[in-house]
Ligand binder design. Structure first.
Ligand code: NG6
Ligand code: CA
Length: 507
């Protein structure tokens, strides 16, 4: 009798009430790609409006001194998802689309932490951390294994690498989505398949975008890419639909978890605003900056779309959203999309020097917003020094789960900082440039060790590397890392050099 009454009562309650009583929030982690510190409205963007991101910031905390661990995608994401800085692991440089799995299945990841706490876990969008047991050995026509289920993700709908790398298909649970049996898929990063056109040999087929450097291999959707692929047929993506596809799958994942009464962790990694920037026609002309700005508008739409989904499911209040970017911005990253000439006075890296790839702050300074209406007062700004590597232990604390002592060696529990209760943050953060130079930031200083490499990137993008044969020390209270004060402050240089040496020591 009592049981019947209770189940009747349960059935009459909306699904969310089952766990709204607990304090454990849903966690929606949105990771944009190549979005610079200055690229959204609430961080000073000019030439594009980002109303949804600005409203997210108004409901939560906007961090002004937040850092990605690395200035490119693969090492940055590796550190974020494992809590281990990328230089501790071989093979964490920018990965090819047929790279084998970079995080090993036996590593404990952020998703494992959520899964072990009873969350439904999902990864949707850009992956770029390798798939399968071995490079180039994946079965793209069957099941690619191991895939993200071995890293703690119950559900995964992902692009293997980036939109500018083959294979140009989504994989759902390790199998090519919309697989087209009439067009079996082959992938190679060594040689082309006989008779297949490339951007280099058939530029007349580049009806959507032409490369400015590199990106002259297989052509998919009128855009040439890095690497060679054959087949795919109906499974091949259309670049203009990628954002919609990611958003639709995110909505379904969130709705399913909510219907099942499960808290969720969703790693939502957008393709925007990485190259090739080719947003849906409804975003064309939304900015004054051409395709790059329009891709920012599309990114903003994606954020608004998932926020609206949370609202309509009645779970906005108890969903913690983190929004950030994997590395700093880049303007011309290899396609002729006029990003540079249309920039106007917009500054993608905001007040920082350098961009993606660089050892200067522009390489790793990123927008970072945390919102959780049930627990965080809106409209806050925090100047605390924070790094994405700390999210792993901090979020584990949030959901009351323990991470084994030996894993996530670089991740610290900074939950109080991320929730706005502590305004100081870390004593220092380390940052890893594309050329493997490790630099360090304290609240006051930025230190870049002496390095003999060239001062500008030599292979395409017009970006300062941050290399100088002398040590560099910048006062971060002054703008744009301009005056090297290393000679005036040998004691500071020494202390920061010691930090770097201790960070580089094995853990
Ligand atoms: C570079 C690509 C660039 C981008 C980057 C990785 C060339 C010439 N350039 O090698 O377009 O794909 O790798 O970007 O190939 S990231 O954001 O995924 O790290
Ligand atoms: Ca990136």
């Amino acid at each position: 009798m009592k049981t019947a009454y209770l189940s009747l009562l349960a059935a009459s309650l909306p699904a969310m009430n089952i766990y709204a009583q607990t304090s454990r929030p849903n966690v929606l982690f949105i990771l944009a790609d190549d979005l610079g510190y200055g690229d959204i409205g609430c961080y000073g963007a000019i030439g594009v409006n980002t109303p949804c991101l600005d409203s997210l910031a108004r409901t939560g905390i906007r961090f002004t001194d937040a850092h990605a661990m690395a200035s490119t995608s693969t090492p940055s994401r590796y550190a974020l998802l494992t809590g281990e800085n990328a230089y501790r692991k071989a093979g964490t440089d920018v990965a090819a689309g047929n790279a084998g799995m970079i995080i090993s299945p036996d590593q404990f990841t952020m998703a494992d932490a959520f899964r072990s706490a009873g969350y439904r876990t999902g990864a949707i969008g850009k992956w770029h951390l390798g798939l399968g047991a071995e490079t180039a050995k994946q079965d793209w026509n069957g099941t690619v294994s191991p895939a993200l289920e071995s890293l703690g993700f119950d559900y995964h709908y992902i692009m293997a690498a980036t939109a500018d790398r083959v294979p140009c298909v989504f994989l759902e649970q390790g199998r090519v989505a919309n697989y087209d049996a009439s067009a079996p898929i082959s992938v190679s990063y060594r040689q082309n398949f006989e008779g297949e056109p490339t951007g280099r040999s058939n530029p007349e087929l580049l009806t959507n975008l032409r490369p400015s450097h590199g990106h002259d291999m297989s052509i998919v959707n009128g855009i040439s890419r890095i690497g060679y692929m054959k087949g795919g047929g109906k499974a091949l993506w259309r670049d203009e639909d990628i954002a919609d596809s990611i958003a639709a799958h995110a909505l379904r994942f969130i709705a399913d978890a909510t219907t099942d009464g499960k808290p969720f962790f969703l790693y939502l990694a957008t393709n925007d605003i990485h190259v090739p920037r080719f947003p849906h026609p409804r975003f064309r002309g939304k900015s004054t900056m051409g395709l790059r700005g329009d891709a920012i508008a599309q990114l903003d739409w994606t954020v608004g779309y998932v926020m609206a989904a949370l609202d309509s499911l009645g779970i906005s209040d108890n969903t913690l959203i983190v929004f950030t970017s994997d590395n700093g911005p880049v303007v011309d990253d290899g396609y002729d999309d006029r990003a540079e000439e249309l920039l106007g006075t917009h500054r993608p890296a905001g007040p920082f020097r350098g961009m993606k790839y660089s050892a200067f702050e522009g390489g790793t300074a990123v927008p970072f917003i945390v919102s959780w209406p049930a627990r965080i007062r809106g409209g806050q700004t925090s100047a605390a020094l924070v790094t994405q590597v700390d999210l792993m232990r901090s979020l584990a604390t949030l959901i009351g789960t323990t991470i084994p002592q030996k894993v996530a060696p670089d991740s610290r529990d900074q939950l109080a900082t991320f929730l706005g209760q502590d305004l100081v943050g870390r004593d220092y953060v380390v940052e890893y440039a594309a050329n493997h130079l490790l630099t360090v930031r304290t609240k006051r200083w930025k230190y870049i060790p002496a390095n003999n490499g060239s001062a500008m990137i030599t292979w395409g993008p017009k970006i300062e590397t941050g290399n100088l044969p002398q040590p560099q020390l910048y006062d971060m209270t002054a703008p744009w890392e301009q005056y090297n004060q290393a000679e005036e402050h040998p004691d500071v240089v020494n202390a920061l050099q010691n930090i770097l040496e201790s960070e580089l020591a094995p853990r």
